[in-house]
Structures are given as C-alpha cells and as structure tokens.
Design a binder for this molecule. Structure first.
Ligand SMILES: CN(C)C(=N)NCCC[C@H](N)C(=O)O
Length: 258
C-alpha cells in the first residue's frame, strides 16, 4: 500500500510544543526510543523510510504529517504543502519542502488565506475527508479540493467543533473499509458507508491508528480497545506512544506516507 515514508527525529524541546493533554512533559530518552520503534515498524512493513534531522526551532516538527498531504497518482506522487492553522508550526512547511522536493514528482503549495494541517485529512480509497476546525479552514479545503481533483480524487469537508485539534485524533482507518472512531463521530453522515469500531470510554487516544496495508499499528496500553480489535479479527502491532500522547500526537502524525 505504501512504499515510502518520511519521518523527522524528535526535537529535544518536544515538551515545548502545543498540547491540551495535561499528561506532563515527555521523557525524551523514552520519546527517542519510541520513535525508533515506530520507524522499525514502518520498515518491517516494507516501507523505505527517510529519516530527517531534528529541527530544534520547531518543537512540534516530529509531527510531519501536518506539513503536507501526499497525493499518489498514476506514475508518481505529488505533495500538497499545507499552511498550518497553528502559528507556531508555519515554518515547519519550509523545512519539509526541501526534503520532499527530492522525493516527489510535483509540489503544490497552499496560498493566501488557506489554512490546513495534514492531521485533518483522511484518505479512504479515492476520497479525501477534510476536517474543518481550528487548524484547517474552508479556504484551505477549497484549494486542496481543486488540487486533488486534478489527480482524480474527490474531497468532502467535515466541519466539526469538539475541541480536538485534528480530525484524525477522532478517527482513522483500520483497513480499506473500517474506521476506528470516537463516539462523537458514530452517527456522522460523511462516514455512514464505513464499518465502524467505536473507541471504548477512556481509550479515545486509540482513535488514531495507522493502517499500512501489510501492518496495522495501534497504541499499546489500551486493553479494552485491544479486546475489541481481537474480537473483530484484527491482529495489530501494538506500540508504545506515551511520550507523543503527552503532546497530542498519535501514530499517523509521525510520518508522511505514499
Ligand atoms: C492526527 N494528529 C493528531 C496530527 N497529525 N498531529 C498532531 C500534532 C500535535 C501537535 N502538538 C499539535 O498540536 O500541533
């Protein structure tokens, strides 16, 4: 499903990034170890991983997913570079641009009033679902929609307002036809055609899983979710994400994949 990915080493000052989690400051030795395990899992899934140097100027820069959306097309890949809604993260886009320009066939960059973070963008088949919230606005959605339309993709805006900064904090893919999601999205019309698994109470962090085709990654330490997944026949790899959870980051956030 994916053959390449880009990740960025965590900055030493990760703890100065944005968060509403109230779980304390990350232990950086543990964060580095968890990041290494994450990269190993991508590699075990057959993905060629480019690991970029840490950028100390941007504490949230490990969450590369927010800086771009990858658009696979017949014979190549384009990267749509976002303009993050979070001011403190805007400069991350310039630093990812130089890395991506040697990896992809075309770069498209958001302009003007448009705001978007990749954590708001979920690709299922040929449809991009785009959360419209504090980090992504309608102007951003419209630019994105036009850009992906050129490559044969549709896009659907999903406005929501529940205090979560990213759509993919609320839901993500477990496979091509199944989403894991918080109960807040259970009845949402945009996702009615998908099979759904609702995260158990107190385990909403698990709404952000990473489906890689050959592998499914799920945060470790959430027994009720693990039981549900097991009952449904999923056999994920569980990986410890505690230090990134402290900074509101999940499994999808740590890589760009195509
Ligand atoms: C799907 N998610 C959650 C993401 N793609 N990004 C997480 C960014 C976390 C960062 N501290 C922030 O608040 O921007």
């Amino acid at each position: 499903m994916f053959s390449k990915a880009v990740v960025r080493h965590p900055a030493q000052n990760l703890g100065q990034g944005l968060t509403g989690a109230d779980l304390g400051c990350p232990d950086m030795e543990l964060a580095f170890a968890q990041h290494r395990t994450y990269v190993d899992c991508l590699k075990q899934a057959g993905i060629k991983v480019t690991a970029l140097d840490a950028v100390e100027e941007y504490p949230d820069s490990v969450f590369v997913e927010d800086t771009a959306v990858m658009i696979p097309f017949d014979g190549g890949t384009a990267a749509f570079l976002t303009c993050p809604g979070a001011d403190s993260r805007r400069g991350e886009v310039d630093v990812i641009q130089s890395a991506l320009s040697i990896e992809v066939d075309e770069i498209i960059r958001m302009e003007g009033e448009g705001l978007m973070e990749g954590g708001d963008v979920l690709l299922m088949g040929k449809i991009f679902y785009v959360g419209i919230d504090t980090r992504t606005n309608m102007a951003g959605y419209e630019q994105f929609s036009k850009a992906v339309g050129r490559f044969g993709y549709k896009s659907i805006p999903v406005p929501y307002n529940d205090g979560m900064p990213h759509l993919k904090t609320e839901l993500s893919a477990l496979d091509e036809e199944t989403l894991i999601m918080s109960c807040r999205f259970k009845e949402h019309k945009a996702f009615s055609k998908f099979e759904k698994l609702i995260t158990p109470e107190d385990e909403e962090y698990c709404a952000n899983c990473l489906y890689l085709g050959r592998k499914l990654l799920v945060p470790a330490g959430f027994p009720a979710t693990a039981e549900l997944l097991d009952k449904k026949g999923f056999t994920p790899d569980y990986i410890n994400m505690s230090e990134f959870q402290k900074m509101d980051g999940g499994l999808t956030c740590l890589s760009l994949r195509w």
